[in-house]
Design a protein. Structure first.
Length: 335
């Protein structure tokens, strides 16, 4: 196996996946359970986390798999939450392993000497960090599994995925990932809200309001040079009831196209019939800096044109105000 330096320093990383739709308070309590195993915990909202186990192994006097099982017992008995745990010598291996654990929970530990053989047969889209469009580009070239990706010349992968993304994909397919686990609390979020002047029943009115929130959120994120890895939609009903759900985006984004598609999926998941809505809240979560989002080559000319238009519209808003231009459906609702 290729290592990241001559000293062959191997860290032991745990990647934990909680169930989808986990409430924020419960997620915080899972993070507290992790902090009892190790002081080095990195939150990955809305439902995952990384743990550095190197020091914890010496402290607890046990092996990595045993620590994973201890965590499962604690979260099940104390919180009623089962978790999927992947353990490996790097973040990539651990996160890839946790994704291979079937729901509702379990532990998969991959030793340093097992990485190459274990990663090799996996499909390329199973490698942590490979997005759907990247996987599609690799498969179109005939690269269907991680082992083959590891053998392709790095220059070829860079031509397919772009310079930085290509280098990263090649390294991780070969088991190289020098990133450390960095202690991190829950990151900031970006929220936008709409309150209906009267109880809203009309689907077109609600959908137009949601589209307006998408536009506001996208502009807010782009001005802050951030991108969201997940979206949360909260619906408030007459009488005080509510509905809330979070879903991860396929790739971190601040573009209206991507945010709109996920926001509409969330709205469809709510299954509204004749609920009397009083308000909508759209929140971007698990924010990252825009410079951390890989720029990928797209063969979708229509999408590329929309991104160019989005940049032009942002400049118009910066000059004349945010309400001067926007989707026609939003302006029809306002009128």
């Amino acid at each position: 196996m290729t290592t990241d330096g001559p000293a062959r320093r191997i860290s032991t990383v745990m990647h934990v996946r909680c169930p989808d739709r986990l409430g924020e308070e419960t997620y915080r309590r899972v993070l507290e359970e992790l902090s009892e195993l190790s002081p080095v915990v990195q939150a990955l909202p809305p439902s995952a986390a990384l743990v550095e186990l190197k020091g914890a192994l010496r402290y607890h006097g046990t092996d990595t798999r045993r620590l994973g099982e201890v965590l499962r017992v604690r979260t099940l008995s104390r919180l009623g939450v089962d978790v999927r745990v992947g353990i490996g010598p790097s973040i990539t291996v651990a996160a890839t392993a946790s994704a291979q654990v079937p729901a509702p929970g379990g532990v998969l530990a991959v030793g340093p000497d097992e990485v190459t053989d274990w990663l090799g047969p996996l499909p390329v889209d199973a490698l942590h960090g490979i997005g759907p469009r990247q996987a599609e580009a690799l498969r179109a070239y005939g690269i269907h599994n991680v082992g083959l990706l590891a053998t392709v010349p790095p220059a070829t992968v860079q031509r397919l995925l772009g310079g930085r993304a290509g280098r990263t994909a090649t390294d991780r397919a070969r088991g190289v990932d020098p990133r450390p686990v960095v202690p991190r609390a829950l990151p900031p979020t970006a929220s936008v809200r709409h309150t209906f002047p009267r109880h809203a029943l009309d689907g077109a009115t609600v959908r137009a309001a949601l589209l307006d929130l998408v536009v506001q959120l996208g502009l807010l994120l782009r001005r802050r040079d951030q991108a969201a890895r997940a979206l949360t939609l909260k619906l408030s009903f007459a009488g005080g009831g509510g509905w809330e759900q979070t879903r991860r985006l396929p790739e971190a984004s601040a573009h209206d196209d991507d945010l709109r598609a996920m926001a509409y999926q969330l709205m469809d998941a709510a299954g509204l019939q004749r609920g009397r809505l009083t308000g909508l809240t759209l929140k971007g979560t698990d924010l990252v800096g825009a410079d951390q989002v890989a720029q990928q080559i797209s063969l979708d000319e229509a999408r590329e044109a929309r991104l160019v238009a989005e940049d032009a519209v942002d400049r118009v808003r910066d000059k004349f105000g945010p309400g001067v231009i926007g989707p026609a459906a939003v302006f029809r609702r306002a009128s």
